[in-house]
Design a protein around this ligand. Sequence first.
Ligand SMILES: NC(=O)c1ccc[n+]([C@@H]2O[C@H](COP(=O)([O-])OP(=O)(O)OC[C@H]3O[C@@H](n4cnc5c(N)ncnc54)[C@H](OP(=O)(O)O)[C@@H]3O)[C@@H](O)[C@H]2O)c1
Length: 319
Amino acid sequence: MGALSMGGVYAIKPLSKERRPDGSPVTVQQGGSFSLTGYPRHLRRLAGRLGVPAGFPTSFVGTPSYFSIKKDSRMNMTTNTILITGGAAGIGLALARQLSERGNRVIICGRSEEALLKAQAQLPHVVTRVCDITDQASRQSMVNWLNTEYPGLAMVINNAGVQYRRLFTDVNALEYLEQEVATNFIAPVRLIGELLPLLKRQSQAAIINVTSALAFAPMADVPVYCATKAAMHSFTLTLRHQLKATSVRVVEMAPPIVDTGLGGGTRSGGAAGQQMMSADEFAIDALIQLENDQDEVLVGLSVGARKMGEALFERMNGA
Ligand SMILES: NC(=O)c1ccc[n+]([C@@H]2O[C@H](COP(=O)([O-])OP(=O)(O)OC[C@H]3O[C@@H](n4cnc5c(N)ncnc54)[C@H](OP(=O)(O)O)[C@@H]3O)[C@@H](O)[C@H]2O)c1
């Protein structure tokens, strides 16, 4: 008889019939909490057989060959210290509100002090920091401040972003090109590199990169924006692969069309407007998926865009 008595949260899952070899019984003792995962039918059978109430028993006796017993790696989403870039408005502010209400310590940054103070008036527990993430000195100063003041930082949500319409048939197609690429791609990649040593020190940490449904299927009038989001999607996949043996989880969060000031609020009109959700609706849905351990948090239209990719291009942009 084996025994598991380590602390932590364990997921105990009944194996399918085909995957049940013979094995000796194991006892899981106090010292941790245990959650039974599986279908309700399994839960009822398992609870009945073990004589424990379904839900969160504190001790468990069973045959290991019939169950997979894994440490539950789900992120604690209630007492973390979390940085949200671009957290003073739109999606960032909605995420800040939801995460703050769950008891996390939330730090928001952005370029405009006025916008940060307005956000803080709504969410008094939120900590603010003026930072232009594209500016090396400003970003480095925030990273140093986080290391000193918030050494427990466990989550970074790379949310700050800008969007410009560009017609390459016009003369000003290249306006703000560097700023768009820097904000949406270079700065978050740099910030990740600069914060990784701190994140790796935590027993559980997460990097959440906010991309877009347009990372999978581009919209023709915001071509560079879509390319930066596709780049961030690709980078997120490879970063997750590189960090898989560390305590740092890497998540992509791809919003659909959300009612914010992005791109000067140009997304609110026409057909796009009809499919739009509010930033709060998005944040609530996205955080449920994050809590459920999803590597890719896809909301609304992003689900179809992820599946169909460029096959959607003509439907979105016309023939
Ligand atoms: N809304 C949508 O339909 C939609 C859809 C898919 C993906 N997204 C993505 O969601 C994220 C949030 O966008 P949103 O819709 O919430 O837009 P938003 O309302 O315009 O908010 C963007 C935030 O980014 C901040 N920001 C911009 N440049 C910055 C910089 N250099 N340094 C620091 N902060 C900066 C802005 O604050 P300051 O101006 O004060 O710096 C602002 O708080 C973006 O990555 C966007 O691409 C949005």
